[in-house]
Design a protein around this ligand. Structure first.
Ligand SMILES: Nc1ncnc2c1ncn2[C@@H]1O[C@H](COP(=O)(O)OP(=O)(O)OP(=O)(O)O)[C@@H](O)[C@H]1O
Ligand SMILES: [Mg+2]
Length: 294
């Protein structure tokens, strides 16, 4: 079954279509030593016949930061949505913490999905925007507001709870969206080009903030980007994908300790990783060109 993607900046991934019952539905405990996300020969053909993904095998360990990098149309969003349970694979399986995605209790609480656009409600103040997933889950107002304030503090927006989205810069709106994703205290953050629409300096700042949150909260992050540089800066591991049809072609471990300082971006090590990813993407696109009909 394909679930609708709601424009909230998070996945309300309840398979029943009802509001996620945050307090009523206990989370499954993570099974030790199982990957947070696992694709087992997971493939996707859309109903119009588009073969978006060939069978993909991927494991993201708990606490890992993994990035999917590849050209437009290679199936990055498709793979991420399957991990969120927003799309079902046509064949194969997606598993979260060792269980089929549909069978994870409290899934809407355990994972959050951040889209490229902040997708805030323009008429609602920051407090109400960030509180939304808790309101949907029926969390009492006072408890919800405490959690919103903690989430806003984590993204450095604690002074802006009464602001309207139009009073905030693009980077601040994206922070609100991330606060909304964090407010349910997820174990897994699925991020689909979250900073793609921002200027480079803001993007760098949010990249660093995200790494800080990832380390402080012990999150697992599966991140999507087109940007080689963003992939190198953030990730412990970069999974390179190719298009027509979408598939995983290579992966590169970025063996550089965290936290990563801005100086890493101009280091020889950084250029070396970027070069390897560039070569990998070129190899993948050459393979496409050779397989394309004349
Ligand atoms: N709902 C859909 N119905 C039919 N085809 C789709 C649908 N969504 C995506 N596709 C197709 O599946 C393929 C993979 O799309 P997907 O959005 O996953 O790529 P992507 O790597 O995220 O691209 P981008 O970098 O542009 O966001 C593309 O050929 C796309 O046209
Ligand atoms: Mg996409």
């Amino acid at each position: 079954m394909e679930l609708p993607v709601i424009g909230l900046g998070l996945a309300s991934a309840s398979s029943s279509g009802t509001a996620p019952a945050i307090d009523a539905a206990p989370r499954d405990q993570p099974v030790p030593n199982t990957p947070a996300v696992e694709a087992v020969a997971a493939e996707k053909t859309y109903s119009n016949g588009t073969r978006a993904l060939l069978p993909v095998d991927l494991r993201v360990q708990q606490g890992e930061f993994v990035t999917l990098l590849g050209p437009s149309g290679c199936g990055k969003s498709t793979l991420l949505k399957m991990a969120a349970g927003l799309l079902s694979p046509s064949a194969g399986q997606m598993r979260l913490w060792g269980r089929p995605v549909d069978g994870v209790r409290g899934r809407a609480q355990a994972l959050s999905f951040v889209f490229q656009e902040a997708t805030l409600m323009p008429w609602a103040r920051v407090m109400a925007n960030v509180r939304l997933p808790l309101d949907l889950a029926g969390v009492p107002r006072a408890a919800a507001e405490l959690r919103v304030r903690a989430a806003l503090q984590r993204v450095g927006l604690d002074k802006f709870e009464n602001a309207l989205p139009r009073e905030l810069s693009g980077g601040m709106q994206m922070r609100v969206s991330i606060a909304r994703a964090l407010v349910t205290e997820p174990a897994l953050l699925l991020m689909d080009e979250p900073f793609g629409a921002l200027d480079e300096i803001t993007r760098w700042r949010l990249d660093s903030d995200l790494l800080g949150l990832w380390q402080a909260q012990g999150l697992t992050v599966l991140f999507v980007t087109h940007s080689i540089h963003e992939a190198v800066f953030l990730s412990q591991r970069v999974v390179v994908m190719a298009a027509r049809p979408g598939r995983i072609v290579e992966e590169l471990r970025i063996d550089e300790p965290h936290p990563r300082s801005p100086g890493f971006r101009v280091s020889t090590a950084f250029s070396g990783f970027a070069r390897q990813l560039q070569d990998s993407l070129l190899r993948a696109s050459d393979a496409d060109n050779h397989s394309a009909p004349a």
